[in-house]
Structure formats: C-alpha cells, structure tokens
Design a protein around this ligand. Structure first.
Ligand code: 5GP
Ligand code: MN
Length: 339
C-alpha cells in the first residue's frame, strides 16, 4: 500500500454508511467501469450506494452490470441532489477537480460528506479529504482493483465487477497499447479473466457495435475534415454542430476519432474540435514527451493526462481552432522531437 490514504480510506469504509460514487462528464469506459465495480464492492460491504454521472453515457457501455441504476444528474436533478446532500461519503472516481462534474460539483462542495478521491489524472485539486491519486496508473479501474485487493477483499470480486474493471482498463489503454507499459496491469487482466471475463465478447460489445451513422461520421471526419500540418507535426479534425446533426450524432460516436489523426507517421499532436451543446469540446492526444495536459491546462483551461487531455471552450468553433493554430509556431521545436 504505497499511498498513505489507502489505509485511512479502508478504515472509513469499514462501517456501513450512505455513499455516493460520482464520475466525470462524458463518462467513458473507465469512468463508468470503475464506478460500477466500486459501487458493487461497497454494496457487498453493506453500504448504501448511489452512482451518479453528470450526463448520459454512450450506448456501447450500457451492457455494464449495474448501469441501469446509475443516476444521470442532468436528467434526475432532485434525485442526485438528495443523494449527494444526504451522503456520509462522496467518492469521486476518474476525475480530480469538482468543476468536471458541472452542477453536481457545487452540491458535493455544499455537502458535509467526507470527500474521497480515486483517480489517475494529473494535479488533483485540494477539494478532497482523502486521496488515492496516482497518475502513473493505467486507469481508475486498476486503482479500484488495487484498493479492493490490498484491503484484503479480493474474494469479494465477482465476474460482473471484473467485467466492469476489464472494460475500464482496456478503454483507457487503447486495448493495452498505451499507459500500461508495466507488468501489473497484465497480472490484473489475468486475474479478471480468471474471474470469468470473456475479453473477446467485451471487445465486441464496445468496439463492434457502431451504428452506420457513426462509421460514416468517422469516414467523413477523416476524408473531409482532417487538416494535416506536417511542419508542426500536428493534425486536427473539426466537427460543427451541423456535421454532427447530419450523421445523427449520438453520445460516444466521436470517441476514438482523434486517435486516427494521431496515427499518422510523424504526427505528434492531434486534436478534435467538436461543437456540441453550445460549447466547443476539444480532445487532445500526443505522442512521447509532448504533454497535452500542460497544453490544455495552459491555453484552454482543460487538462487530463500527459498524452490524452481535453477542454471545453465557450468561444465559437472557428475562433477556437484559430487560437489553436496560432499557438503551434511556439511549439514547433518541441513537436519536432518527442522521443
Ligand atoms: P477525451 O478527449 O477522451 O474527452 O478526454 C481525454 C482525457 O482528458 C480524459 O482523461 C478526460 O478525463 C480528460 N479531460 C477531458 N476534458 C477535460 C476537461 O475539460 N478538463 C480536464 N481537467 N480534463 C479533461
Ligand atoms: Mn480514466
């Protein structure tokens, strides 16, 4: 147990209580997987648990055991409010800054609950009383596994929890292709398989369930909307609200689109600009030492990981893209050699 708060959190959770597990906006596989596995573990420890997400999760995650009981705070404001304000403990999973959960963040701040963080993003805020915050770890799902295991509760892990954790780890590591260049993740995966996870089946559920529109939106993004700037080792894709409407955009449909821009040889910085819900959502990805966490934090009030970050901007789409393009000359030499 390297983290001093591991033990304190275990002790805190040793008496049954009322707990809210909350995760970030645009919930992804790790956000939902880690939250649902943690919730089931806590239920087995006789806690009353509510899982809250700020906005809906993609359809390709709806197979996750327990997902139908999740409270979407944007749609069920009162239920979310009551749960947060009545909780003894609020656990923030897979994010580290209460501004990342919109209105629910204000409620968490107001709540007298003990605030616990389980997360792997860089630079947590000091809004939490106890923290498991390890940016070197593949995923929050891996941290949840660790927490359960090192607390001596490995026997409480079951197939459903394992499926959630497996999905969280593979979605946050591009199916074990980044952020897991160490043995431990594979040992955990082996244990999850032993618990009954069918990895091929979960892959199909997550990656082979595109709608025709989603695939066509991907094709359009790459063939029509991709801009490549070889002199800056940068590529980006811009999707307007009209583009999204044309392909009947559903939540999750643009997940992974930005990675195609990064897959080009010698492209070290990729971005996706997407006009959605009246704001511009940006996804940044990078290779090697170029930190898109810093880039997003310094210029767009965003953040995330060193090689994958995001931001939400209130400036119009074309202005946001222009702002991005104007920054590139300052980074030209950094972007040239990232290894
Ligand atoms: P994505 O591009 O997949 O939405 O996000 C990439 C990573 O950056 C994720 O780990 C996500 O949690 C984080 N991220 C996305 N948007 C924001 C943001 O607006 N602020 C911060 N701090 N992190 C973000
Ligand atoms: Mn994560």
């Amino acid at each position: 147990m390297e983290n001093p708060d591991f033990k304190a959190i275990s002790e805190l959770l040793s008496h049954p209580g009322t707990i809210v597990v909350i995760t970030h906006t645009n919930p992804d596989g790790d956000a939902l997987g880690s939250s649902l596995a943690l919730a089931k573990y806590l239920q087995k420890k006789n806690h009353q648990v509510t899982v809250i997400v700020p906005d809906p999760f993609p359809e390709f995650l709806s197979w996750m055991p327990g997902s139908s009981e999740v409270v979407v705070s944007r749609q069920e404001k009162d239920r979310a409010k009551t749960a947060i304000l009545n909780a003894d403990i609020v656990i923030a999973a897979d994010f580290n800054n209460l501004s990342r959960v919109n209105d629910a963040g204000h409620l968490v701040k107001q709540s007298s609950a003990i605030k616990v963080l389980i997360d792997h993003h860089l630079y947590p805020t000091d809004e939490f009383d106890l923290k498991i915050s390890t940016p070197g770890t593949s995923s929050t799902s891996e941290l949840v596994y660790d927490f359960i295991q090192s607390g001596g509760d490995a026997t409480l892990l079951d197939k459903e929890m394992a499926e959630c954790l497996y999905a969280g780890i593979i979605t946050d590591t591009g199916s074990l292709s980044y952020s897991c260049n160490y043995e431990k993740t594979y040992i955990i995966i082996a244990h999850l398989i032993r618990l009954g996870v069918d990895g091929e089946h979960i892959h199909r559920l997550i990656y082979d369930t595109y709608s025709e529109n989603r695939l066509r939106l991907l094709g359009y993004s790459i063939s029509d909307q991709l801009v490549v700037l070889p002199e800056y080792h940068t590529a980006y894709i811009v999707l307007s609200a009209e583009d999204l409407a044309r392909f009947d955009y559903q939540i999750g449909d643009t997940e992974d689109v930005v990675n195609y821009a990064l897959s080009i040889k010698d492209i070290n910085l990729a971005a996706l600009f997407m006009e959605r819900d009246g704001i511009v959502k940006i996804s940044f990805r990078s290779k090697g030492h170029f930190s898109v966490d810093k880039f997003a934090r310094n210029h767009f009030e965003g953040g995330g990981h060193s090689n994958a970050s995001g931001a939400n901007c209130c400036t119009p789409l074309t202005d946001t893209v222009e702002q991005f393009r104007k920054l590139l000359p300052d980074y030209q030499s950094q972007l040239k050699s990232v290894y």
